[in-house]
Every structure is written in C-alpha cells, then in structure tokens.
Write a protein that binds this ligand. Structure first.
Ligand code: FMN
Length: 167
C-alpha cells in the first residue's frame, strides 16, 4: 500500500474475527518491529506474543474490554529500562523507543489487512505478573492482532493550523 493510503487505512480496531493469523504474517509484523529505530540503537525492548486461546480471564484482568481477547494474538511491548538510552539530564527514552517499535508493527499489520488497537490503559501489575517481568522491565503497550470484525470510522483530527508551529 502507498504510505499515505496506509496511514489513512490504519485505525483502532475494537472487534475481531476469531480466524487464525498465518505465522508468516505475524513474522512480517515482528520483522517490521525489529527494524524500527531506537535511541542509540539500543534495541532495549521485548515483544511478548500471547496466544489468546483459553486465556479470557487473564486478558480481561489485563484490560477489561471484551474485544481485547477476541483476536488470536495479543502482542505486548516491554521496555528494558536499565539498558535503553538515557539523556544527559536523566530522561529515559524507553517509552519513545517502544512506541516507535509498536507503531512499525501496527503499520505493517495494517498493510497486511490485519487489525490492531493500541492499548495503554491496561493494569500494569497484571501485565507484570502475566509476562513475568523483572523489576527493570516496564510494560508500555499492548495490541490485539487479528482480522478486523469492524470497520474504520472517519478520522477525528485537529487541523494542521492547530498542530504545526511556524515562526
Ligand atoms: C499510546 C496510545 C494508547 C492508547 N490506549 C488505548 C486504550 O487503552 N484503549 C483503547 O481503546 N484505545 C487506545 N488507544 C487508541 C486511541 O484512542 C486512538 O488511536 C485514537 O482515538 C485515534 O483513533 P484511530 O486509532 O482509530 O485513528 C491508544 C492510542 C495510543 C496512541
């Protein structure tokens, strides 16, 4: 897909078909994530691929929306906060790195016709428990990955005049 078409086509999918996603398509999404830039090329993240089958209760504890566990997979991104780049004033960039990585994955998924939805409003304590995270591992976001069961809505965005600052 042309890049402009792709960014218009991606949307937050909040209903999924139960149909399986071919492993090769999952691999392509993960490969797009792997190629994402990270500060100082530290690549201090882990992608957790969670099959949803039989895990409804766990997934509802993680994020209490029925659609969250509908797709065959949920993918979580975790920042490794003791090995990513930190600015001289102490600002830790793991959240930025993880967002870029997840966005690569999500855009690749959209290009394949797969649905995703950024989820940050999850229960972090449950995420730590389910993913067995070490103290320096910080869960940043999750997304279901599956075939869309809904359709995109018109995008609600501010105008460029509101968003762009020029001298
Ligand atoms: C960092 C981030 C966190 C988000 N967290 C959630 C969430 O927890 N639950 C949810 O339903 N949508 C979540 N969203 C989706 C946004 O609400 C959505 O991207 C926004 O409304 C624009 O709609 P669109 O993605 O369909 O273009 C999140 C999006 C981003 C970028």
């Amino acid at each position: 897909m042309d890049f402009c078409e792709l960014v218009k086509a991606r949307y937050s999918c909040r209903a999924y078909k139960p149909d399986p996603v071919d492993g090769e398509l999952v691999r392509r999404c993960l490969e797009a994530a792997r190629l994402a830039p990270t500060a100082s090329n530290a690549q201090a993240f882990r992608l957790h691929v969670m099959p949803t089958a039989g895990r409804t209760d766990d997934l509802l504890r993680l994020y209490h929306r029925a659609w969250f566990g509908q797709a065959p997979l949920v993918i979580g991104i975790v920042g490794l906060t003791s090995s990513n780049w930190v600015r001289h004033d102490g600002r830790n960039y793991y959240g930025v790195d993880c967002a870029i990585v997840m966005d690569h994955l999500i855009l690749q998924a959209a290009d394949l016709g797969l649905g995703t939805c950024w989820v940050a409003a999850f229960d972090a304590a449950v995420a730590r428990q389910l993913l067995r995270l070490a103290p320096d591992e910080e869960p940043v976001a999750f997304t279901p990955l599956g075939w869309p069961g809904d359709a995109p809505r018109p995008k609600q965005r501010k105008s460029l005049d509101e968003l762009v600052v020029r001298p």
